[in-house]
Design a protein around this ligand. Sequence first.
Ligand code: SDX
Length: 428
Amino acid sequence: MSKTATLEIDGKKYEFPLIVGTENEVAIDIKTLRTATGGVTTIDPGYKNTGSCESAITFLNGEEGILRYRGYSIEELAEKADFLEVAFLLIFGELPTKEELEKFHADIKAQSVVDDDIKKILDAFPKTAHPMGVLSSLTSALTAFNPSSVNVDSEEDMYKSVVKILGKFPVLVAWTMRKKQGLPLDYGDNSLGYVENILKMMFKKPNEEYTQNPILVNALDKLLILHADHEQNCSTSTVRIVGSAHTGLFASISSGISALWGPLHGGANQAVLEMLSGIEADGGDTKKYMAKAKDKSDAFRLMGFGHRVYKNFDPRAKIIKVAADEVLGDLGVEDPILDIAKGLEKEALEDKYFVDRKLYPNVDFYSGIIYRAMGIPTDMFTVMFALGRLPGWIAQWREMRLRKEPIGRPRQVYIGENSRTFKDIKNR
Ligand code: SDX
């Protein structure tokens, strides 16, 4: 492998170094391109061929369906670790010792109270507000109640912000859901595990004791692990670029929540359920929807299918598909939607349009089915994605700040009007 790439423009040659990652990914380092060539830049809408950073957090290989957090396979982590362990691994780079994990959890619990005035902001939202919009607003509002979380130049200050958001975010998630349901806004129970506490905050009825269901705890823990990070996806890139301006962690994460909301990204899990429910209501005619998905004149896409990077199966989808069967079986839930999903998947995997374009089920295709079986409202599915992705956003933001990455500011190619003289309105 040569150490440089050569670019030739108008007969002049320019050499640029090649960067090779620990998994042998090769990138052309074009940091000096514009200066060396006197103004030439690159353009790559959607950044399909452009890396924004070097990162040591998550590795994925879309061709082989590989996903690893800090070198550990997603399959092993989903089976053997718990979510808080994985959060520690993503953020700090190593699996925690028992003592480290206990201290981490204790520090998070110490920060799991949210200023009561946040409820006044929540009250201002109509019950019809989409939970992702509410959550993004409340997360940004946390800055107002924790001003020291903005200028985190020391690792100590950064750690304080990390445990604050990990402690308060699940409360905001639970409050967002319960507000829509007209339920009182409770705090959690610090005697519980991290995920058990989330379930209790979300589901405890005001007039009943809450009994933990280990099936739900295990299912949610696994789903959160599977969503925890995914290298430079749309919402993580948003968190990084907002944080690169030295915006605080909470506001950076608030921007990531807004990016994740989009139906092409995290919003797809809600869109999948709505699509499957629509197919069921339409008599379960999956062939009609397959035809719509392939019809270029029809804006309909098969939600939960396709991926920017995975041009083979999404390893998370494989794990979630098995978990969906287990959870619904354990809960004794017969969901015709699951059968429609399996039928749709089978048809798509045998369809030339999908096979030629390497469109496989992604992480969002089956996750909503489990969330629904758990009693989570459909418009809360993407909020659950954000809950899982939180440690990944934190880890990526922290890495970007510790590596002192420059402020993100892409270039462009201008295609507008050339210079022209102002015309007075009476002459227009
Ligand atoms: C997530 O990046 C991440 O890592 C994201 C994520 C994470 O963990 O953060 O993995 C989470 O966002 C998963 C993706 C969830 N989104 C969806 O399920 C929405 C449906 N999928 C698509 O919209 C699409 O597949 C994307 C947005 C996911 C990827 O789009 P790309 O890479 O830009 O691909 P493309 O739009 O250029 O599509 C290539 C071709 C096109 O057809 P042609 O122009 O070649 O004829 O495939 C077609 C597309 O029309 N296509 C689909 C399709 N997805 C792509 N056709 C029908 N149904 C689909 N779902």
